[in-house]
Design a protein around this ligand. Sequence first.
Ligand code: PEP
Ligand code: MG
Length: 582
Amino acid sequence: MAEKIYNGIPASGGIAIGPAFLYHPQGLSAPRRNLRAEEIKAELERYQESLKKTRVQISELEGKMKAKLGEEHAAIFQAHQVVLDDPLFMEEIPQSIQTRRLNAEFLLFEALEKFKTVMASLDDSYFRERGGDIQDVGNRLVKNLTGAERDQLKKLDREVIVIANDLAPSDTVSMQTDTVKGFCTDVAGRTSHVAIVARSLGLPAVLGMQTLTSEVQEGDMVIVDGNKGLVVVNPLPATLKQYQRLKDSYEAFQKSLEELRGLPATTPDGHQVTLAANIEIPQELDEIFKHGAEGIGLFRTEFLFLNREEIPTEEEQYLAYKELATKTGVSPAIIRTLDLGGDKFLSHLNVLNESNPFLGLRAIRLCLKRPDIFKAQLRAILRAAAHGPIKVMFPMISTLMEIRESKVLLNECIQQLKREGQVFRSGIEVGAMIEIPSAAVVADILIQELDFLSIGTNDLIQYTLAVDRVNEAVAYLYDPLNPAILRLVQMTVDACHNAGKWVGMCGEMAGDPQFVPLLLGMGLDEFSVSVSVIPEVKKVIRMMPFEKSKEIAKAALQMKTSDEVLKLIRDNVPSELRAILF
Ligand code: PEP
Ligand code: MG
């Protein structure tokens, strides 16, 4: 097999080597596999087996439906049994397996895609409905063939590299690092949630691979180079050896950073900032102090709401936040209230079918529409705050009114808890995220009614530059050093300092070691970054004189392009740091 090298977006550093595991979350993508002549018989049998299995499943569903809603509603499944006899399933697919020598799920998937296009062009509603039935049955068959299940990633019993078209947050939260060693997806960019999870878990990842799922076969040996954004499929022995060496030296470098664990994030000329961790999933909590974090600058709470049918109760949330408070002890932890919408959906909550979910009912907007959900979370946070220095932060703030409304609800919760005689802490610090350009522009107004601001560059860049953060086709425009972004960051920092308040950054920009010298000089008080990059960011801070970084920041704000800014950083950091960063 020939070695092939593919380019993608480097989303999480490190090198992983292992066999490919093709993951199809909904069972609706089916990678192509060429069959050898001697495999055809087995493939036909496998297809017949899945037809049988599908028949049995449909009759079970029919039985259940009959028992629950009566004969009339069960008719749909009788229709599905008939659909299964369609020549498409009974004749065309087995024939194609023999003539085209390809795997059944790929052929089915391909046939269904063609069928979908034809059906969509028909006006006749009868045919469209029948088309829907064929699609349903076909999808079920594909699922049975691929063995797709929601918790496939949880059940892995061997070390693999996950290759997927896309991974939803619900998929990534179930990944186990003892089996998943790295991953690649066809879609998504550097600040998509899947990239963030990769960095949180310290898993090498390359995203935006476009067609990798159709190029790789299950079990192919794969190298993921998350530092360079390269994926090598079926490497030659010499390449494998070279990468094994690179992997060892990268891991040794990471280990050498461990000695920084107990040291503060202080520049050589004595300027100290807070280096905190972003937490995406609770498993990471055990890791933060090992990596030398001084607290938590962003505790995302979505994990509690994903992968389940019902909304978590106040009590369940309280226990999770209390665990956070207990584990972080005297170190501060900022809990961000729910940020659903955008690319994180809950089928039972995000009821509207929005055509622009990133511009829709997301985060604070959804919470203010559903005070029942919002107040349960606020009550849980206030109660947990009795156990440690917890702060609360609202995401996606675009107006002062949203801050005021949120604080009214927070106050209502305080009054209720008081009346109920519950244990809680009322004097909790309240902050907001600056993720929307208009909010950065009026940061001086917003900060007057808050204790702190935290800049969420993942969204700030997306909304300022009109670049979808999860769309790999426009990833080349997603540019943290764009002069517009630098101005908005500086405006936010200045607004906070003029008001005598502190300001942090919890977007991924803060965790990119190359940007740290600049951000230091811009005056950030807190850097909150993925757990796995804490040591490297600390190393940069401890090597970068603050006075020099202020000069860089001042000059950067006069630059016209991001290339000029990057060159400025490169030319002005101390040479020992340049050797590490560039
Ligand atoms: C951000 O937008 O920068 C951020 C930290 O929030 P999230 O990535 O969860 O949208
Ligand atoms: Mg955000």
